[in-house]
Design a protein around this ligand. Structure first.
Ligand SMILES: [Mg+2]
Length: 327
């Protein structure tokens, strides 16, 4: 490792300070941490690994890479309705990583720890012969019995999604140079949406009272909704024209550089998709205005299986590529 710092030195100098707010982390000086969920709560645990060139771009700012690896994991906490508490971090750094890079990475972690009120509690640092990669295990707590799952959608429920869909996909395309025509404002907006997703933590917690199913949209809206369909044993109809799209994405669509099905199959949204009974729709609107967050009804739950897509004429649309396919 260049910059002369040993693994122990890196832990002591850059990582241990990130654990200062969690007494059970023992300042990263023991073999493991000890964590208890709050009274009346269950522990919720999730892991997401991120690899350079797949989940972030090698030349992204170290601060942004740090924030993104936390945020994709925080998004899973949001999907369960959990309050995030802390995380374990494994880093796989190439041999020529500099201490300057690590310092900036730690600053990014510190920023988002503050923003989301979480602490580092442990982990491992490894030198890698391959590309840079990270693995985070995030944990949080949720009041017993109130967690959001994918399996509770009922016939007649309305399907909602938070924020706007497709920005992350277009931001990635733009970052890779595939949308050179964009003006600077549109490009910056979309690339930021890819680089720094906004986990919907507060929304998830508010939804524990009303939603019948919930997940975060990481692989593409259609693909992810198919998980709710499968786990709940129901059919979902989605109305293409109701999918919320940002002004920036609208501009890309208008210029013919992408189409609507690209946006709902693209992934990297980290918005929440959820179902709630029709009788709760005023509650959902209340949450939207409390949180100043767009929550859009995009479909409905019916008897049957799979996800159907319906265009503005009421015609069913075939989608050949439902979303990101793992392996
Ligand atoms: Mg998820």
């Amino acid at each position: 490792m260049s910059g002369e710092a040993s693994e122990f030195e890196i832990i002591r100098r850059y990582l241990a300070p990130l654990s200062a707010n969690e007494p059970g982390a023992f300042s990263l000086t023991d073999d493991a941490a000890i964590i208890k969920p709050s009274n009346g709560c269950d522990l919720v645990i999730a892991k997401d690994a991120l690899v350079a060139g797949v989940h972030f771009l090698k030349n992204d700012r170290p601060e942004d890479i740090a924030r993104k690896i936390l945020r994709v994991n925080l998004s899973d906490m949001a999907a369960m309705g959990a309050r995030p508490v802390g995380y374990l971090l494994a880093t796989f750094w190439p041999k020529d990583i500099t201490t300057g890079w690590i310092e900036r990475f730690a600053l990014g972690l510190a920023d988002d720890q503050k923003r989301y009120d979480i602490s580092l509690v442990g982990g491992d640092t490894v030198k890698s012969d391959n590309d840079m990669a990270f693995s985070v295990t995030m944990f949080g707590d949720v009041r017993q019995g109130t967690q959001l799952r994918r399996n509770g959608a009922g016939v007649g429920d309305i399907v909602y999604v938070s924020g706007t869909i497709g920005d992350g996909y277009l931001g990635l395309k733009s970052s890779l140079g595939a949308l050179p025509q964009l003006n600077a404002i549109t490009r910056d907006y979309l690339e930021k949406r890819y680089c720094l997703p906004e986990p919907r933590i507060e929304l998830g917690q508010r939804l524990t009272a009303y939603a019948t199913s919930c997940l975060d949209v990481s692989d593409g809206l259609l693909a992810d909704l198919s998980h709710i369909s499968e786990q709940s044993g129901i059919h979902i109809d989605i109305f293409l024209k109701q999918i919320p799209v940002s002004d920036a994405a609208q501009q890309v669509l208008g210029d013919g550089m992408a189409n609507e099905t690209d946006l709902i199959t693209g992934g990297d949204d980290y918005e929440l998709a959820f179902t709630a009974p029709r009788s709760q729709s005023h509650r959902i609107q209340e949450i939207a205005s409390d949180l100043d967050l767009q929550l859009t009804a995009i479909g409905q739950v019916k008897e049957g299986e799979a996800v159907g897509l319906i265009d503005e004429n009421g015609t069913r649309v075939e989608v050949s590529k439902p979303g990101w396919v793992h392996f």
